[in-house]
Ligand binder design. Structure first.
Ligand code: LLP
Length: 478
C-alpha cells in the first residue's frame, strides 16, 4: 500500500525516505500476513533516514552534513539500525517458518571489515568468506570459526591450510581443492561442504548469475556419484553439507523454490553413500532497491519461500529436515549505507546535458560502470527543495565512463552541496580501488545520534605504503 504524498514531497528528495512512504514501499501485512516490519531491502534509504528541522538529511540521528564536516568527503555512512534489522528479519524468518535448525551467514564479500563482521556476529549470524583476507578479518573481529564458511573457486593451498587450522568449514568447489584438502594434516576430520551448480537460470546481470551450468563455480551435478564415492573413502574429510548459490540481485522467488527441490534430491543421494550430510546452504541472492523501478520481495517473503520449498521437498522425498543455511550479502547491508559526496564543477553542454561532478566516483562505487546499475541521490543539505534540473552525476576519474548517475532530477545544486547516493552498502567499499591514486573514503557507523569511525580515510602516504623505490632510481637526474 502506498501512502498519499503531497506534490511538494513528490518533487523533492524527501520522497525517497522510508517516512515519506517511497514509491517502492509495500505493506507486507496486507498480502502475506507477515510481521509488521519494514524490510530494509525494500527501501532506497536506510530505515532511520529523516529530514531534520534544518531541511537536512539525517541518518541514525546524525546530520549528514555535520558528518561530512567532521569526517570529510566522500564518506560512507552505515546505519547500524538498518543492518541489525535486516539480520534480525532473516533470523526471525527462519525461526518463524522452519521447524528444523537453521543458521544465517552474512556473505561478507558485500562488505568485509572488522566492524561489519562484529555486528553480524553479534546478531548471531555466521560469516561467509571467500579469501584468506576475509577469513583473517573475520577472525580478528572475533567471529567464532565454527560459524565461518570459506568459499572460492580457486582457493590456494595456503588459504585452505589457514582455514583448516582456524577450524572453519570449507565449501569445496572443485577436484583440485578436494585433493589438496586430502593432503592437508588435521587433528580432526576437516568439515567440508560441496558446492554444486544447480542448473537454474535467473534474471539478473550476466556477471552475477552463478546457478546456470556454464558457470565457473561449483561441481557439475553429473559428477555427483563420483564425488560422493570419492569422499566416502576419505577418513580425513567430513562432508557435512551441500551448497548452491544461483546469483545476486534477484527479484523472482521461483528460482529459489526450484532450488529447494534440486538440493533435497542431492541430499537424498548423499545419504546413499553414507556421508554425514546434514546441512543445506541455499546461498544468497535477494535483491534490493537501487531505484524506484526495483521491486524485490521482503526478507520475510524470501525466507518463507525458501523454507517452504525445502520442507515440501523433504516431505516428498522422505528425507529428514537438514540444518538449513543461507548466506545473503546485499540484502543485509546494501540499503544500510549511503555515500555522501561534495559537489564540485559543473559543465553545461547546451541542449544536451549538464554534468555535475563529485569528489569520488568509480573508485568508491564501481557498480554503475561495471553493471550499469542505476542509483538514486538527494542533495542532503536541501531535502525539500523542488527539483529544477535534470543532471548527470560524474565522478572525478580520468575515464569518460565514470558516471555515477545519468539524468537524475535534482534541485539547483551548487559547489559545496552534499550529494548523497543511496544503497551503497553492498559491493561498494569491498570493490573500491585506488584508481588515479585517489585515497579510499572513510566509513562511519551511525546510530542513536552517535557516529563512530569504522574505516579511516586513506592518506597519500597510505597510497605509497607498499611502493618500493630501488636505490638505483633514487635522486636520478638527467
Ligand atoms: N554466496 C555466494 C557463494 C556468493 O557468491 C554470493 C555473491 C553470495 C552468497 C551473496 O549474494 P547476495 O546476497 O549479495 O546477492 N559485485 C556484484 C555482486 C557479486 C556477487 C558475488 N557473490 C554486484 O555489485 O552486484
Amino acid at each position: 500500500m502506498l501512502s498519499i504524498q503531497t506534490p511538494e514531497v513528490q518533487n523533492s528528495g524527501r520522497r525517497f525516505l522510508p517516512d515519506a512512504a517511497s514509491p517502492v514501499e509495500t505493506n507486507p501485512t496486507e498480502e502475506t500476513n507477515a510481521p509488521e516490519t519494514k524490510s530494509p531491502n525494500q527501501f532506497l534509504f536506510p530505515l532511520t533516514a529523516r529530514v531534520n528541522s534544518k531541511d537536512t538529511l539525517e541518518i541514525g540521528g546524525c546530520d549528514v552534513t555535520d558528518l561530512v564536516q567532521k569526517f570529510g568527503s566522500p564518506l560512507y555512512i552505515l546505519d547500524e539500525e538498518t543492518l541489525r534489522a535486516a539480520c534480525r528479519q532473516y533470523r526471525q524468518g527462519f525461526v518463524r517458518y522452519y521447524p528444523g535448525e537453521s543458521q544465517v551467514l552474512y556473505a561478507s564479500k558485500a562488505w568485509n571489515c572488522l566492524a561489519v563482521c562484529a555486528i553480524a556476529a553479534s546478531e548471531g549470524l555466521g560469516i561467509d568468506i571467500c579469501s584468506g583476507g576475509e577469513l583473517y578479518t573475520a577472525l580478528q573481529a572475533g567471529v567464532d570459526p565454527g560459524k565461518i564458511y570459506l568459499h572460492g573457486n580457486n582457493k590456494s593451498r595456503s588459504e585452505l591450510q589457514f582455514a583448516v587450522e582456524s577450524g572453519c568449514t570449507i565449501v569445496v568447489d572443485n577436484w583440485l581443492e578436494l585433493k589438496t584438502l586430502v593432503g592437508i594434516q588435521s587433528e580432526k576430520p576437516i568439515r567440508i561442504m560441496l558446492r554444486l551448480t544447480p542448473g537454474i537460470e535467473c534474471h539478473t546481470h550476466d556477471y552475477i548469475r552463478t546457478g546456470h551450468l556454464d558457470s565457473k563455480f561449483g561441481f557439475d551435478p553429473n559428477q555427483m556419484d563420483e564425488l560422493f564415492a570419492f569422499i566416502s573413502q576419505q577418513s580425513t574429510l567430513a562432508c557435512i553439507g551441500l551448497h548452491a548459490h544461483i546469483g545476486s540481485q534477484i527479484f523472482e522467488l521461483q528460482p529459489h523454490t526450484d532450488l529447494g527441490s534440486v538440493m533435497v534430491r542431492w541430499l537424498s543421494k548423499a545419504s546413499h553413500y553414507g556421508l554425514p550430510v546434514t546441512e543445506l546452504d541455499v546461498g544468497g541472492g535477494l535483491g534490493i532497491c537501487y531505484n524506484e523501478a526495483d521491486d524485490p520481495p521482503s526478507i520475510d517473503e524470501w525466507v518463507k519461500v525458501v523454507v517452504a520449498s525445502i520442507v515440501a521437498a523433504c516431505q516428498e522425498q522422505q528425507v529428514p529436515l537438514p540444518k538449513l543455511l543461507c548466506e545473503p550479502g546485499r540484502s543485509l547491508i546494501g540499503s544500510a549505507c549511503v555515500t555522501a559526496y561534495t559537489i564540485g564543477s559543473q559543465k553545461v553542454v547546451p541542449n544536451i546535458r549538464t554534468y555535475l561532478a563529485v569528489d569520488g566516483g568509480m573508485s568508491d562505487n564501481p557498480r554503475p560502470i561495471t553493471y550499469q546499475s542505476i542509483c538514486r541521490a538527494v542533495v542532503a543539505n536541501r531535502m525539500s527543495a523542488p527539483f529544477t534540473q535534470t543532471v548527470t552525476i560524474a565522478g572525478k576519474h580520468c575515464e569518460s565512463g565514470d558516471i555515477l548517475i545519468k539524468d537524475i532530477e535534482l534541485p539547483n545544486a551548487q559547489p559545496g552541496d552534499i550529494l548523497t547516493i543511496s544503497a551503497t552498502g553492498a559491493y561498494n567499499y569491498s570493490m573500491s580501488s585506488n584508481y588515479n591514486r585517489i585515497p579510499r573514503p572513510a566509513a562511519v557507523l551511525v546510530g542513536a545520534g552517535e557516529a563512530n569511525l569504522i574505516i579511516q580515510r586513506e592518506t597519500y602516504s597510505d597510497l605509497i605504503y607498499q611502493d618500493c623505490l630501488p636505490e638505483r632510481l633514487r635522486h636520478t637526474e638527467v
